[in-house]
Ligand binder design. Structure first.
Ligand code: FAD
Length: 303
């Protein structure tokens, strides 16, 4: 693939800057990931649509990332075009208890706006990094709340630029998953939420409590991607990992956090392979001791 030639043709279709061999470690919270052949942050929906249609016609694979806060990207990077929506699609509006946000809006920012308006329902997500789109795909949740409780509908787009609409039921939400997860053919454009009128002071207090508890329990000092494994039914993944003595285990520059066993932190210069080796070691040890399969929550991309 002649990257320069393709980049030039693609650049003529979009306003956002097309970058060649952009290091994806700059776009993931883990700060891990090799280069994307081509990389774009679309400035608006038409940019996104033009880029996706171009790639569809030219048979160029497209990978969508939101805020990169749940991603483990290969050291070899990603072939084709990587489109990052955080910082791109970022319009939002609040009308009474109805909230509408484009998929690139940062979740903590949107939560702040809803709490300012005294709207109840999204405050659980105040400390979940990443975008509105990524949160719907993952059915992100915390503190007893999750996206399925507040999402009303989603507008998505396929690779030909056709719009698709989904109600809450059609999204098929389950624990850290939805029907849109691993649907490489669809991109979330916009999400509508239905909240309820609440008491602003109480919401502020809840938000503060949630953020403080993260600060106390999570290793925010080091790059990470949140919980690495899902909680198996009836168990806490963190407890299982801690109980096999894995806290502090290190492969290369990746370490099982000494603060929270379900986090793997990048001590500086960790590779995707370091993290994958650590993940396998944890899975093997937990399986041997408890006969439980730990399923990764994080999504691996590229390679
Ligand atoms: C410090 C920390 C704390 C965290 N705490 C929590 C927590 O409490 N609860 C929780 O659930 N998660 C948590 N996470 C994980 C992560 O923040 C969530 O999963 C988040 O919702 C991912 O959003 P994102 O925009 O970063 O998505 P990404 O990681 O960029 O992408 C996730 C998946 O969604 C797809 N995707 C993203 N946007 C779109 C789109 N618009 N259209 C189509 N596909 C898309 C990607 O292709 C990928 O498959 C935490 C992460 C960190 C780093």
């Amino acid at each position: 693939m002649d990257l320069k030639k393709i980049a030039k043709s693609l650049q003529s279709q979009v306003k956002g800057k097309i970058k060649i061999l952009e290091a994806l470690s700059r776009h993931t919270t883990w700060q891990i990931g090799g280069p994307a052949d081509l990389f774009l942050i679309p400035v608006d929906r038409s940019d996104l649509e033009n880029a996706v249609k171009f790639c569809n016609l030219e048979n160029i694979p497209v990978t969508i990332i939101g805020g990169g806060s749940n991603l483990l990207i290969s050291d070899q990077g990603v072939r084709g075009l990587v489109i990052k929506l955080a910082g791109g699609l970022k319009k939002w509006e609040i009308n009474g208890v109805e909230v509408r946000a484009e998929s690139g809006v940062r979740l903590p920012f949107l939560v702040r706006q809803t709490v300012n308006e005294g709207l109840q329902g999204l405050e659980f997500a105040g400390g979940i990094p990443g975008t509105v789109g990524g949160a719907v795909i993952m059915n992100a949740g915390a503190h007893g709340g999750s996206m399925n409780q507040v999402v009303e509908r989603v507008v998505a787009m396929d690779k030909k630029g056709q719009l698709k609409y989904f109600t809450n039921e059609e999204l098929g939400f389950s624990y850290r998953s939805s029907n849109l997860k691993h649907r490489d053919d669809l991109i979330v454009l916009e999400v509508s939420f239905k909240l309820t009128q609440g008491n602003r002071e109480e919401l502020e207090a809840a938000l503060k409590r949630y953020l403080l508890s993260r600060q106390e329990k999570q290793p925010w000092q080091f790059p990470n991607a949140g919980s690495v494994f899902k909680n198996p039914p009836g168990y806490s993944a963190g407890w299982l990992i801690e109980s096999v003595g894995a806290k502090g285990w290190q492969v290369g520059k990746a370490q099982v956090s000494t603060k929270h066993a379900n986090f793997i932190v990048n001590l500086g210069g960790a590779t995707c392979q370091d993290v994958l080796t650590l993940i396998e070691k944890i899975q093997k040890t937990v399986k041997e001791k408890y006969d439980i399969d730990l399923e990764p929550e994080i999504i691996t991309v590229g390679g």
